[in-house]
Ligand binder design. Structure first.
Ligand SMILES: [Mn+2]
Length: 356
């Protein structure tokens, strides 16, 4: 599997005319090696795959990065890299311009005798389509989130704080085998639900309020992402109306996801429907995003999403309406693009749930 991924990278390297790459960020380096730790490096040329780490990770790298020569370095990494690129006769080395700092760049530029070339998302282009094993990990992470949501429906009561809700949700996902959270859990109730990314506070849940939960976990390095908005007690007519508009927009978009269309064309389906219902100005963010090793990755499903969707891509469908001083609703499913449409990975119910 890793050999195949490295093979794909080497093809892109030769197309770009570079004879080596330096991988420093966790997602790309680990995707191409099987390593699950951090703060390490790999250098890949046409003939060699070298994994470079320090004494904290050497043994782990030996066990996990089996297709690589493992090298332990000490001292300044830029000195080590300068010698290595010289010994490997690298003339143009690709680097992750979205990962390395300006400080890194200056140090490399001073120590390396080769040309530094931005990789321009070369590995991300390979990562955008998921293989079966990756899809299984994402499905497992989503199943944990679904179970946790079901648990929360029996746990949430008026009088609790958002923080209590968030803590229980996070604890429960870890109890079910999640390694970590995909991102800081969003728990936003009442007027706070108009904050698309409102993190849990000490606010107490009251009857007649929306409660938005946006959460996910990491299973074997892969993220899940889902959002459900529920009501504490009884919803008003206006709350029901907004909820139904968002739900309808979400379901209409689901029918639009298929290979061969752009992300922006699916975004438009949900956006046009919400605008038609008079709430256009309250839906400010994109409809969705790719999910994998990172919680937000390509393809973007927004008015700027030019990428053509392909079978094996995993994206979210998450329209929302956020009305200041009133509240908001977002409903988000994780989906897999299939041969002729999409498969909804999130299984939690979407009809309006009221906590009595
Ligand atoms: Mn999302």
């Amino acid at each position: 599997m890793f050999k195949n991924r490295i093979y794909k990278l080497r093809k892109l390297m030769s197309e770009k005319g570079i004879d080596g790459v330096l991988l420093q960020g966790d997602p790309n380096r680990n995707y191409l090696s099987g390593f699950t730790g951090d703060e390490s490096f790999s250098v890949i040329t046409n003939e060699r795959a070298i994994f470079i780490t320090d004494s904290r990770f050497t043994e782990q790298a030996r066990q996990q990065a089996k297709d690589y020569e493992i090298v332990q370095y000490s001292g300044k990494f830029e000195d080590f890299l300068g010698d290595l690129t010289k010994n490997l006769n690298i003339s143009k080395i690709g680097f992750e311009e979205n990962i390395i700092t300006y400080d890194n760049y200056i140090k490399y530029k001073n120590k390396l005798n080769c040309e530094l070339v931005p990789m321009d998302g070369m590995v991300e282009k390979i990562r955008i389509v998921k293989d079966e094993e990756e899809i299984n990990c994402i499905k497992k992470a989503a199943a944990i989130a679904d179970k946790a949501f079901e648990h929360m429906l029996g746990y949430i009561k008026a009088g609790m704080t958002e923080r209590q809700v968030g803590l229980e949700l996070e604890f429960y996902m870890k109890k079910l085998g999640a390694r970590d959270l995909s991102f800081p859990t969003i728990v936003a109730s009442g007027v706070r639900s108009c904050l698309p990314h409102g993190q849990a506070t000490d606010k107490v849940l009251k009857e007649g309020e929306f409660l938005t939960l946006d959460f996910g976990c990491i299973y074997n390095d892969y993220c899940s992402d889902m959002t459900r908005t529920i009501v504490i007690g009884e919803p008003s007519d206006k709350m029901k109306e907004i909820y139904n508009v968002v739900l309808e927009a979400e379901m209409k978009a689901l029918k639009g996801f298929k290979p061969g269309v752009t992300g922006k064309s699916v975004d438009k389906i949900a956006r046009d429907y919400i605008a038609e219902k008079g709430y256009g100005k309250y839906f400010g963010h994109g409809l969705g995003h790719g999910v994998g090793r990172e919680i937000h990755e390509n393809p973007r499903v927004s008015p700027m999403g030019d990428t053509i969707l392909e079978k094996g891509m995993v994206v979210t469908d998450e329209p929302g309406i956020y009305i200041p001083d009133f509240g908001g609703v977002r409903i988000e499913d994780l989906i897999l693009i299939t041969e002729c449409g999409c498969e909804v990975i999130s299984k939690s119910p979407k009809e309006l749930i009221c906590i009595k």
